[in-house]
Design a protein around this ligand. Structure first.
Ligand code: FDA
Length: 282
């Protein structure tokens, strides 16, 4: 019997080292696909672990630059000290943004559970005043996201729109999938019309088709926005978008701390349960 968890993880994760991630980003680039590399890690326990996160991201930016691959980076604020203090997270991300600017690179702050939404938005708006190369993810399942997006548009901060991957209570999040999708569509159109280089991170065929049609009807150029997908999910659709001349970026995670990430992917799709069971006995 194989180790089922690590077998499942290999589909979604580049490997354990930054070299693995840079190699996978290069392979995507060969097919006209950009990357955003994420060093897996969240909710570090102390400032030393947060410093380790900072060091790894600096080394990652250097490795991306040396290899000449087309890749930005993605990070989580709790990987860089947000649980310890907001000023610590801002200080660490600010150092990463300086390094990224040196390489003309861009940093996307992932959105974590609702316990961090307000702090993440405040941190990124503050950071953006000095570092225009920072953007943030916003989740369409949260009731507050419409107001957050209006504010981020006003501040000129680039938004990655996602549906949301955490379990949230019904008083702050839409419980039905149709409402999450409807809100995604509304926020997507708002970002297409008024956003700064928005990214639509979804594998949902209907929403992707809607973005294409809406952009065409409103004379929005193909290079004014981008689609994003996760490594290991809908690979053919990724290639097709590139062939059609759309910008497409794939999220490439790496590192040893993959369990929380994999559990979120696992919950997203019932078929993954079968994939998992089948591979235990293969
Ligand atoms: P939906 O869940 O409706 O899926 C549409 C179709 O896509 C499914 O029917 C299936 O075919 C396929 N699919 C989706 N997920 C799959 C999976 N895991 N395995 C196999 N097939 C799958 N979330 C968050 O809370 N904070 C964040 O910062 C980010 N960042 C992020 C970056 C990028 C680049 C992406 C693509 C996604 C995120 N997410 C995220 C995750 C996001 O919130 C969401 O959980 C997943 O993208 C799944 O939702 P979809 O929009 O794909 O739609």
């Amino acid at each position: 019997m194989k180790d089922p968890v690590s077998y499942f993880a290999r589909r979604y994760i580049a490997g354990e080292t930054r070299e693995d991630a840079v190699r996978v980003a290069g392979e995507l680039n060969e097919n006209g696909i950009s990357a955003t590399i994420d060093n897996l890690g969240e909710n570090v326990r102390d400032t030393i672990e947060a410093m380790n996160g900072l060091d790894e991201y600096r080394a990652l930016l250097r490795a991306i630059n040396e290899a000449g691959v087309d890749s930005t980076i993605s990070l989580k604020l709790t990987h860089l000290g947000l649980d310890q203090s907001q000023p610590l997270a801002i200080k660490n991300v600010s150092a990463i943004l300086k390094k990224a600017a040196k390489y003309k690179s861009f940093v996307r702050v992932d959105m974590e559970s609702s316990a961090y939404t307000g702090a993440a938005i405040e941190c990124v708006i503050e950071l953006h005043k000095e570092h225009p190369n920072v953007g943030i993810a916003v989740q369409s399942y949260l009731l507050r996201s419409k107001a957050d997006i209006e504010r981020l548009i006003e501040e000129g901060v680039s938004v990655r729109l996602v549906k949301g991957a955490y379990k949230e209570p019904p008083d702050i999040a839409f419980a039905e999938k149709t409402r999450v999708d409807e809100n995604y569509s509304t926020l997507m159109k708002e970002l297409l019309l008024h956003g700064n280089n928005p990214a639509f991170a979804t594998h949902d065929e209907a929403l992707i088709a809607e973005a294409k049609t809406f952009a065409k009807e409103n004379n929005i150029a193909k290079d004014a926005f981008e689609f994003q997908m996760l490594l290991g999910v809908r690979r053919k659709a990724q290639l097709q978008l590139a062939e059609e001349g759309y910008r497409i970026r794939v999220y490439v995670p790496y590192g040893k701390e993959w369990m929380a990430y994999i559990m979120r992917r696992f919950k997203e799709r019932k078929e993954n349960v079968w994939f998992f069971i089948k591979n235990i006995f293969e």
